[in-house]
Design a protein around this ligand. Structure first.
Ligand SMILES: Nc1nc2c(ncn2[C@@H]2O[C@H](COP(=O)(O)OP(=O)(O)OP(=O)(O)O)[C@@H](O)[C@H]2O)c(=O)[nH]1
Ligand SMILES: [Mg+2]
Length: 465
């Protein structure tokens, strides 16, 4: 492992979100944490010969350095090495008021204890070898997960699924290199140009498959994690805002019989078909001389151009306009379009045949935003379209960050190059390429990650984690 800077001073941070709540936790890690807390924690059990008994919850009063009570708290002392950071760790369960938590934190800062950097507790867990880098990244992903699927995938990575596969691949790469290296070092022992060429090629193929398996399902996993932007667009008065309100289950947007009601973009998040969907209501698109409406339409078009999913709303109770799709948007290849025939509660002037005839294979669904009809059909269509857009999910997906994806892709091309080199280049080249793959792959587990990379990753963490 490359040398990494490691500071082992004692650190402190508020580890829960700042705000009113039942409990807020101030956490300390490092060899000075027990003594620091014992100095200011007034606990009846302090005379106990076993105090502080590891992992017991002690009730008492936290006092400031002048002896003034600051909060009533439950404190647990956890000695190294079986802790989150593998260092001595103390958690002070306070009342979660912003002022109270800050006051408790301040006591320790006044003692000269350093405020932890974002992610520093987890960074210590990594530097002390309790978790590897892929698990540390899974911690961030888990905290940020916004869907069940993303939570499960991050948890799998946190439990070491990605690390295990990567280690297996790395040791396979090494195993291939060994005989090649031997052939280079002792050429007289090998009569053929390269030892075990066919076996090596097969093994390289297997390694590539394993890398590809990890890459499979990435798009879907990321959509579950980051969410999908869905623009609701259409002509004025077709019921776009009504649909937004209906899907979100709240009266978020103003609905009015006058066309041109919505001017600004308005959004809300919901889960549909397993995907966290950010629905964006937009201004109706139609010729207008009003500069405010024109600006609204410009924004609508720009949101529609960027969204992964476009929900084009049509009023089913008025005659169909064959060129409706072209009027509203130029579609990108990576976008999905669904036509929503709204106002199904009124006599219909648009038949599904019209859409098929003029819009091709675009899926459509009839709903009534006013009465809430057709929503489960809509949900199904959305889920199907997004499944197609993002591709299949691998069987046991683990979450793969953009950084990890880049590493994996680099390794796939490295393996392919090695495969070519095996047949046409001197053995040294193949060996060097494999050495590179081994090294690059180590950036996922952190075995070959330098300080810059670590800083980049841990700086993304929130304070106190
Ligand atoms: N009968 C019926 N009326 C609806 C339905 N959905 C919306 N409306 C009515 O259509 C009118 C326009 O609805 P909005 O949701 O404001 O339409 P919009 O597309 O957001 O309109 P703009 O913001 O002006 O572009 C309102 O009077 C709604 O009550 C529906 O499913 N059935
Ligand atoms: Mg509207």
């Amino acid at each position: 492992m490359e040398k990494k800077k490691y500071s082992n001073d004692t650190i402190v941070a508020i580890s829960t979100p700042l705000g009113e709540g039942g409990i807020g936790i101030v956490r300390l890690s490092g060899s000075g944490s027990f003594s620091a807390v014992q100095k200011v924690f007034d606990c009846k059990k302090r005379k106990d010969p076993v105090y502080p008994n590891p992992r017991y919850l002690y009730y008492g009063i936290v006092k400031d350095l002048d002896g003034e009570p600051v909060d009533e708290a439950l404190v647990s002392f956890m000695p190294a090495p079986h802790t989150y950071t593998r260092e001595d760790l103390v958690e002070i369960n306070c009342h979660s008021g912003i002022i109270t938590l800050r006051n408790v934190l301040k006591i320790f800062l006044d003692m000269g204890i350093r405020l932890a950097e974002p992610g520093e507790f987890t960074k210590r867990a990594f530097l002390k070898g309790r978790i590897d880098l892929s698990q540390a990244e899974a911690v961030i992903a888990l905290i940020r997960a916004r869907s069940e699927a993303a939570t499960k995938a991050s948890l799998r990575a946190l439990q070491g699924a990605l690390a295990e596969t990567v280690r297996d691949i790395r040791s396979r790469v090494n195993a291939i290199r060994a005989p090649i290296e031997a052939a280079i070092d002792y050429p007289e022992e090998f009569t053929e140009e390269l030892p075990l060429t066919e076996e090596t090629r097969v093994e390289l193929q297997l390694i590539e498959d394993k890398l590809q398996n990890l890459l499979q399902g990435i798009a879907r996993g990321r959509a579950y994690q980051d969410g999908v932007a869905a623009a609701i667009v259409g002509k004025p008065n077709v019921g776009k805002s009504s649909l937004l309100n209906r899907l979100l289950g709240e009266q978020k947007a103003i609905v009015h019989e006058l066309p041109g009601t919505t001017r600004d973009l308005l959004d809300g998040v919901m889960t549909l078909g397993g995907y966290p969907l950010r629905l964006i209501d937009t201004a109706g698109i139609q010729g207008s001389a009003d500069p405010v409406e024109l600006e609204g339409m410009k924004r609508a078009r720009s949101v529609a151009a960027k969204a992964q999913l476009v929900l084009l709303v049509i009023d089913g109770s008025v005659p169909f306009e064959p060129d409706i799709v072209g009027q509203i948007l130029p579609l990108d290849r990576d976008q999905r379009l669904i036509i929503i025939l709204n106002k199904s509660d009124l006599p219909q002037k648009v038949a599904p045949g019209h859409i098929k005839k003029y819009c091709g294979e675009v899926p459509s669904v009839s709903v009534s935003a006013l009465q809430g009809a057709g929503l489960s059909a809509l949900e199904q269509v959305v889920a199907d379209e997004l499944d197609q857009l993002f591709g299949p999910l691998s069987e046991n997906p683990t979450l793969i960050s953009i950084r990890q994806e880049e590493v994996l892709r680099e390794c796939v091309s490295g393996i392919r190059e090695a495969e070519n080199a095996l047949l046409s280049e001197p053995a040294e080249i193949t060996s060097m390429l494999l050495q590179q793959v081994w090294h690059t792959l180590g950036q996922i587990t952190g075995d070959t990650a330098g300080d810059d990379l670590l800083d980049l990753i841990f700086n993304e963490f929130c304070l106190g984690k």
